[in-house]
Design a protein around this ligand. Structure first.
Ligand code: ATP
Length: 315
């Protein structure tokens, strides 16, 4: 059984029960999210052993997240509770038209207590792949040093690295993001990004320029997610594409994290590129059919049944 490791902050998400300006909303549904935790849950549901490195506040919400992650089968042996840093929270606002906004309360996030020295030498023992996202990097400057320590360890052990820039312009500027990504890319084997995102990061628009970018940083697989159009990958000097599945999408948040988990699963199991993209598209599509950032992440048999168009006997 393959083990993957990821690192990042998780949050309580308060979803409004009614639409309209947040200041008038009085009822919320409590959920939880965080790109890396979503990824870890996605991997665990597919049957991978997913280790999530994090810090949570020593408070009620910290317990909620810890118990949820543990219940999902995520390895929480590198998660600690810390004092004086309340677990992060965000509130969503849904306008009458359906557009969403997020208000973050994560200024003293517990993950800020994590130090490079917490990344001990044997943290990667048994690990087959490391997954880093740009959200972790955006939260605090020191997180680059933490990520760098993990990436150097991975490099010295020959462990492949996947990276999702997951750009969040509410957390840093495009210039800051670009500077940091430039230092991360040389370590990356699999870059999992959105089409608009990679254009924003590199400033490149044409396929040829994106190919040059991948070659320049020696990125083996440049994977581009494109929502309801599907996904493609540039690897071994050629592009391979897979169409998205047709679904009734009701909440697209978390589709990208689920796709990442699916891609990593296919990669580790030596699927062909076509199969890997199809599998990852299947996971992404299924995530969009359920409301919530991680509730829709499918189990292995569900993705397989979905992509092969088989029915699961429900009763
Ligand atoms: P986010 O970070 O907001 O989750 P992303 O840009 O990383 O998004 P998307 O491209 O939105 O990721 O979605 C990832 C994958 O999920 C897509 O490549 C596609 O396979 C699948 N997917 C997303 N939206 C849809 C949809 N409406 N219908 C079918 N499949 C979808």
């Amino acid at each position: 059984n393959f083990q993957v490791l990821t690192i990042g902050d998780a949050m309580i998400t308060m979803n409004p029960v009614t639409t309209g300006p947040l200041r008038y909303v009085t009822h919320f549904e409590r959920k939880l999210g965080g790109a890396e935790l979503n990824f870890a849950i996605g991997c665990a549901r597919l049957g991978l052993n997913a280790k999530w490195v994090s810090r949570l506040g020593k408070d009620e919400f910290g317990r909620v997240i810890y118990n949820f992650a543990k219940g999902e089968g995520v390895d929480v042996s590198e998660v600690e509770f810390v004092e004086n840093h309340p677990t992060s929270v965000n509130f969503k606002e849904i306008s009458e038209s359906g557009a969403g906004k997020t208000f973050y309360y994560r200024h003293h996030s517990p993950i800020l207590t994590l130090k490079p020295s917490d990344i001990h030498d044997d943290i990667l023992s048994g690990v087959s792949l490391v997954h880093i996202t740009g959200v972790f990097l955006a939260i605090d400057d020191v997180n680059f040093s933490i990520a760098e320590r993990i990436l150097q360890l991975a490099k010295s052990k020959g462990i492949p690295v996947s990276f999702d820039p997951n750009i969040r312009l509410k957390l840093w500027t495009i210039e800051e993001a670009r500077e940091t990504y430039k230092k991360i890319f040389p370590y990356v084997n699999i870059l999992l990004t959105g089409l608009d995102e990679i254009r924003l990061i590199t400033g490149f628009d044409s396929t040829v320029d994106l190919e040059k970018f991948a070659k320049n940083y020696e990125i083996n697989s440049l994977v581009i997610k494109d929502g309801e159009k599907g996904s493609k990958v540039y690897q071994d000097g050629k592009w391979t594409e897979a169409k998205a599945f047709k679904v009734r999408a009701i909440d697209t948040v978390g589709a990208g994290d689920g796709f990442d988990a699916g891609f990593v699963y296919g990669y580790l199991h030596n699927y062909s590129l076509e199969e890997t993209l199809q599998f990852a598209n299947g996971v992404g599509a299924l995530v969009t059919t359920v409301s919530g950032d991680n509730e829709g992440l499918p189990y292995l048999e569900e993705v397989n049944a979905f992509i092969h168009n088989e029915n699961i006997v429900e009763r």
